[in-house]
Design a protein around this ligand. Structure first.
Ligand code: AP5
Ligand code: MG
Length: 203
């Protein structure tokens, strides 16, 4: 978990390698649907580009398909994002005989968010952010692009939506014994080290 730009994608990409996890970014799944050119994708684009959440039912059924077809350990990036989604995840896990081991919240002050997102460029192939501002292509060779929802107005609205709809999810997990907060306002290596330490204890 974490606000827009907190580093969820950056850290998930590293954690999945170390812990052999399947990385499920709901944002990436939705962007793939948009890229497919489907009519569902067009509806999704209208919501995402403005910085609004897509409906809970759509996300939950999408997740159900991805989770029920693998036995691999999972890392959810950007899910759950509402209390309804958190409740649905609990039900889904119980039904599938699986469990949540940790809920990691990456904390980042809002003042840092705009700085990070207004300069972000992502790879069309591997979805990773470019490591440097001067890079013209991704390390994997893929073309770089700017996300439509990284426009200033969308960033502002995403933060409002985060405060109103996603922050309450923190209370949902706070007393579960699985919830940890990590300082996201450090270098990517430091954030990674802190998360890895937490996950190694429960491995
Ligand atoms: P999503 O794609 O999940 O976007 P987000 O939550 O707004 O977060 P970002 O992906 O922008 O940031 P991030 O935390 O992954 O940071 P990153 O690692 O890239 O969702 C997009 C939209 O899809 C939502 O708005 C909604 O419409 C919809 N959606 C998705 N899930 C949904 C759900 N469950 N329910 C309903 N709707 C849903 O890093 C950001 C930048 O900072 C990069 O450039 C990176 O290189 C840099 N950076 C990372 N870490 C550091 C660091 N430690 N120091 C300096 N720079 C850093
Ligand atoms: Mg992301």
């Amino acid at each position: 978990m974490g606000c827009p730009g907190a580093g969820k994608g950056t850290q998930s990409a590293r954690l999945k390698e170390v812990f052999n996890l399947k990385h499920i970014s709901t944002g990436d799944v939705l962007r793939a649907e948009i890229a497919s050119g489907s009519s569902l994708g067009q509806q999704i684009a209208g919501l995402i580009n403005q910085g609004n959440l897509v409906p809970d039912e759509l996300i939950i059924s999408m997740l159900e398909k991805l989770v029920s077809t693998t036995q691999q350990g999972l890392i959810f990036d950007g899910f759950p994002r509402t209390v309804t989604q958190a409740q649905a995840l609990d039900e889904m896990m119980m039904r599938l005989g699986r469990q949540i081991n940790a809920v990691v919240m990456i904390d980042l002050p809002e003042s840092e968010v705009v700085k990070r997102l207004s300069t972000r460029r992502l790879c069309k192939e591997c979805s990773k952010p470019a490591a440097t501002a001067t890079q013209t292509v991704c390390e994997c060779g893929g073309e770089l692009y700017v996300r439509a929802d990284d426009a200033p107005e969308s960033i502002k609205h995403r933060l409002e939506v985060y405060r109103a709809q996603t922050l309450p999810v923190k209370d949902y997990y706070k007393n579960s014994g699985k919830y940890v907060e990590i300082n996201g306002n450090q270098t990517p290596d430091e954030v990674f080290g802190d998360i890895k330490n937490v996950l190694e204890k429960i491995k």
